[in-house]
Structure formats: structure tokens, C-alpha cells
Design a protein around this ligand. Structure first.
Ligand code: AMP
Length: 281
């Protein structure tokens, strides 16, 4: 069974006996429409914490008016089943009114890291993400919180914000979970038509190829240009394909330290993101 709470008060009441028993608590923030990437977060969390809490909150403040909030998949029954199978201990499903009561006006600005790459294409997105994650962390006060490297920039931003604001939580990132064919699992993949799903494989493939070539020492600018061509040939409209420092996300044109290839591209009406590590040769 999986107890479910929907208010901050009930969340804290549920956590109290665990805290009193000295049990460690992990938080896994999600927006629902759960898949095996989310399940992997719960599994990883269970290895380090006695108790796991998953939140499902479709956060309106991280979607721009022209984005897919109203169409975002909602499947709470299936989510509940997945979490039971993954062994989650508590589900937290706050309403929009619970998170943003009448008159709510505070916000977290994560700073420069939030204005590049994803932030440049989705202005305000990471302010919404940071604000809701900080709220969730303060509501649950977990010992540890789990995030996926699928949203690599988001992971770095949350680490930065937690550190900057002295939030006493350990932020853990887990590797991207992919389908058998290599496409990164995403709640948004269900928007893809069968044809788009096939063509979408160009995204993980282009990243893997580019990462390999850069690792081998090929000219980074030329490799990125080539990657853009491959993505365009598959029918993608690319927002960005960039090699960035794995910590600062500053653009990299000479591989001296661990770097990350990051991409966002649209196929049809669906926007996908993916990334890959590129370590020093
Ligand atoms: P979302 O529900 O899309 O906001 O995702 C909730 C959490 O799951 C975030 O920390 C994501 O980075 C993570 N996540 C989503 N998809 C994957 C994936 N394919 N592999 C690993 N983590 C993921």
C-alpha cells in the first residue's frame, strides 16, 4: 500500500514518526506520468534512505503560456501503481492552491546558470523549477533528494540553489534511463507519432556519435556542426546542441575537464532534451 497525502500539514505529520525513529528520508520530486526513469530514482533512493517520499506536482510556474502544461499527461492511477511496485513509502500530491495559495509572490532566482541553454530558450523556467523544488525541500526536509541527469542543467541548478541557501539536504543525480533503442525515457515521448518516435532516435545517436568524436580529439566546432546536420536531416528543429563544462556549463572548445554535450530539439510539436558525458581523452 502507498499512503497519499496532499497538504503540507499531512506530509509533515506522516514524516514525524519516521523522524522520531531516526529514519532517513529521501524525496523524489516529479511531475507525474511516471516511467522507468522515475522508478530508477525511487530504487536509487531506497538504497540510501530508509524512507522514500515521491511528490507529484505539475508545477504551473515552470511552464510558459505557450508551453504544454494543459496537455501534459496526467495518469495518477498508473503513477500510483508504479510507485507501489518501486517500493515508495509515501506519495505527496499537493494541489496548485496548496503550493501557491492566494497572494503567493515569493520566487527563487537561481542566477546566471538559469539563463543559458534551456534557460535561454525557456525564460523563467528555472525560476519556476527552483521555487517549487525549494518549497518541496522545505516542506519535506528530506536528508537526501534525487534528480535525474536527464535534466542535467536542472540538477546543477538545484545543487547550486541548495548550497547557496544552506538547505540541509544532499542532492543526488542519477544517470539517464533510456528505452532499449536509446531514446531517453520522458513523459513527453507519448506525444510522438510512430514515425516521429523512429526519427527521434537521431537525438541520442547524434549525441553518442559527437561524444565519441570529441573524445577522439576531433575539432569540436566541426563535430557540433555535423551533429546539427544529422538532427536537421532527421526532421528536428534544434534549439541548441552545445558542449559545456560539466560543472559550470560554460561552452567548451578544448577538452580539458569533464564536459557535457547537451541538446534540445523539436520534432513535430514535441520538444525533447538529452545529454551525454564527454570525459577527457
Ligand atoms: P519530471 O517528472 O519530468 O519532472 O522528472 C522528475 C525527475 O525524474 C527529474 O529529476 C528528472 O530528471 C527525472 N527523470 C526524468 N526522466 C528521466 C530519465 N529518463 N532518466 C533519469 N531520470 C529521469
Amino acid at each position: 500500500m502507498l499512503p497519499t497525502v496532499s497538504t503540507v500539514r499531512d506530509l509533515r505529520l506522516s514524516l514525524l514518526p519516521w523522524r522520531e525513529a531516526g529514519e532517513t528520508v529521501a524525496l523524489i520530486p516529479t511531475m507525474g506520468a511516471l516511467h522507468k526513469g522515475h522508478a530508477a530514482l525511487v530504487t536509487a533512493a531506497r538504497k540510501v534512505a530508509k524512507r522514500t517520499v515521491t511528490s507529484i506536482f505539475l508545477n504551473p510556474t515552470q511552464f510558459a503560456p505557450n508551453e504544454d502544461l494543459s496537455k501534459y499527461p496526467r495518469r495518477i492511477e498508473a503513477d500510483w501503481k508504479l510507485l507501489v511496485e518501486a517500493g515508495c513509502d509515501l506519495l505527496y500530491t499537493p494541489s496548485v492552491e496548496e503550493m501557491y495559495p492566494e497572494g503567493f509572490s515569493a520566487a527563487i532566482d537561481p542566477g546566471p546558470l538559469a539563463t543559458i541553454l534551456e534557460g535561454a530558450h525557456r525564460p523563467g523556467h528555472f525560476n519556476g523549477v527552483a521555487t517549487v523544488v525549494v518549497k518541496l525541500l522545505l516542506q519535506a526536509m528530506p536528508d537526501v533528494a534525487f534528480f535525474g541527469e536527464k535534466d542535467y542543467q536542472q540538477l546543477l541548478i538545484i545543487r547550486r540553489v541548495a548550497r547557496d541557501l544552506d538547505i540541509p539536504v544532499h542532492i543526488v543525480g542519477i544517470p539517464i534511463v533510456r528505452d532499449e533503442d536509446g531514446l531517453a525515457c520522458s513523459s513527453r515521448n507519448i506525444y510522438l507519432s510512430p514515425d516521429e518516435r523512429m526519427r527521434a532516435l537521431a537525438l541520442p545517436r547524434s549525441l553518442a556519435e559527437a561524444a565519441q568524436k570529441i573524445f577522439e580529439g576531433q575539432d569540436i566546432e566541426a563535430v557540433l556542426k555535423d551533429g546539427l546536420k544529422h538532427l536537421a536531416a532527421a526532421g528536428f528543429t534544434v534549439d541548441y546542441l552545445e558542449l559545456a563544462d560539466a560543472q559550470t556549463l560554460a561552452p567548451v572548445r578544448e577538452l580539458k575537464a569533464p564536459a557535457r554535450l547537451l541538446a534540445a530539439a523539436r520534432i513535430g510539436a514535441t520538444r525533447l532534451i538529452d545529454n551525454r558525458a564527454v570525459d577527457r581523452p
